[in-house]
Design a protein around this ligand. Structure first.
Ligand code: FMN
Ligand code: MN
Length: 441
């Protein structure tokens, strides 16, 4: 496992020549996004010089699936299973009073004068922080929560937020009488970014799981204004509060499905303090880029595989392919034990996360990471009159433009052969002695 923190991760990307340094002055409006997109999937991009405040930007630090298994010291084929095992043993973080992000703190807030915040897509409402990791404490239970929310600059000391219906939303809904303090950290180790995306129950703490995945405690340091402990190695920490009755127009914003999410009256974060390292690096996530898609899809796959295997021993593997934004389509591979179990699996997978919209179950001889093989299974093992069901009026993603403000239809497809038939009517053709070039490698 590599050393901890954004900087050591950047160093390992440099060592492996996955690091592009841009020396020329680039514009925060669109140019940072355009250059990031050009290198997406291949290398991180470091922008030394922008037309904003003198803070360099890094993007594309997690834009390739292989890099995640390398970071975690895990085998890429067994990434999900090994991650499920690693996260079993919850470990407490440790507290440190000193942190580099405390080097520079200001309470005279002028967001765009302090941080280089890019504008990404043509019709975005303005500059957005896309990699802000929110650390909050549930005032009722004291339990910590960690999640990422897009942050639109709406004033020199205010951000408009999108808070979709998960844990932070539930905390806000249960605390309508008082303001909620938050600490937003930018520039974190990949393990913490992944942990922020785990699909946990509200009483589970993302930080404990991040420590478990790392195999040792992560250091946290209280933010100077809120007292909320954030990772000691944070590059930048923004603290403030969400007031119960304050709402502001937020959006539109180009989102992970590659469409603009519509504007609406949304939560506002009032900034009280910004702390940062003297030499802080600002992490930018390109919306709908591979950092965004993979950072969400891998932890969701982990949760999905873990949940499905509890009740369905036939489940072998799951995939949320990037071609459907890593959220909407889901493939499940099984080694069928009982007839009928495919429908149970389909129902579980469809309800495991509101984003999952179409689930296809295939047999163990199909590689779920190869869309061509999925297509072949649907073409040859699927009969629409009996192997398909649709459930209407379900809560789905508010960012899917074909849904009605998040109310969607979900579909399950059984593309498996009948039990025991893979050696009979569904025996696939094979040439004795043939070795594919893939196997030869
Ligand atoms: C780059 C990125 C941006 C995200 N933006 C938002 C957002 O604007 N609003 C939101 O509710 N979720 C957003 N998410 C998803 C949440 O962070 C994610 O669902 C998280 O696991 C929710 O945490 P929770 O289960 O503790 O509520 C984003 C995820 C990523 C990776
Ligand atoms: Mn949570």
């Amino acid at each position: 496992m590599s050393e901890f923190g954004l900087r050591s991760w950047i160093n390992s990307l440099k060592d492996k020549e996955r690091f592009e340094k841009i020396e020329k002055k680039v514009k925060l409006q669109w140019e940072v996004a355009a250059i990031s997109k050009k290198f997406d999937g291949q290398s991180a991009v470091f922008f030394r010089n922008t037309d904003g405040p003198d803070v360099p930007i890094i993007s594309n630090i997690l834009c390739n699936r292989e890099w995640y298994s390398e970071k975690l010291g895990l085998n890429s084929r067994d990434l999900l299973k090994e991650l499920i095992e690693k996260q079993q043993k919850k470990i407490e973080p440790k507290l440190e009073t000193d942190a580099k992000f405390l080097e520079k703190t200001t309470e005279e807030i002028n967001i765009t004068g302090t941080l280089p915040i890019p504008t990404y897509h043509e019709y975005d409402a303005g500059p957005y922080i896309t990699a802000g990791v929110f650390f909050v404490h549930d005032p009722e239970t004291g339990i910590r929560n960690v999640s990422i929310h897009r942050m639109q600059v709406i004033d020199k000391n205010k951000f408009g937020l999108l808070v979709l219906p998960r844990h932070l939303k539930s905390i806000l809904n249960r605390n309508k009488k008082s303001s909620l303090k938050v600490a937003v950290s930018i520039g974190l180790d990949p393990i913490l970014l992944l942990a922020s995306q785990l699909v946990l129950s509200p009483d589970e703490d993302e930080i404990n799981i991040a420590c478990a995945v790392r195999g040792e405690p992560i250091s946290l340091t209280p933010g100077p204004w809120s007292g909320i402990a954030v990772p000691t190695d944070s590059e930048i920490v923004i603290e403030g509060e969400i007031l119960p009755d304050e709402k502001h127009e937020e959006g539109p914003f180009g989102e992970f499905p590659k469409y603009y999410g519509p504007s609406g009256k949304r939560e506002v974060l009032n900034i009280r303090s910004i702390s940062m390292r003297e030499d802080a690096i600002y992490y930018s996530v390109l919306p709908a880029g591979f950092d965004h898609l993979l950072m969400g899809s891998i932890p969701r796959e982990v949760a999905l595989l873990n949940d499905l295997r509890k009740n369905n021993p036939s489940v072998q593997d799951v995939s949320l392919p990037l071609s459907s934004s890593g959220r909407f389509h889901c493939f499940v591979q099984i080694k069928k034990i009982n007839e009928g179990e495919v429908k149970n699996i389909l129902m579980s997978a469809l309800s495991s996360h509101y984003d999952i919209k179409h689930v296809t179950v295939v047999d163990h001889d199909i590689n779920i990471h190869d869309l061509k093989e999925i297509d072949w299974a649907i073409a040859t093992r699927f009969q629409a009159h009996k192997d398909l069901f649709v459930i209407d009026g379900v809560m789905g993603s508010k960012l899917d433009p074909s849904a009605n403000n998040g109310i969607t239809s979900k579909m399950g497809l059984d593309a498996t052969a009948p039990l025991g038939s893979l050696e009979k009517e569904f025996r696939t053709i094979k040439i004795p002695g043939y070795i594919s070039s893939q196997e030869e490698k």
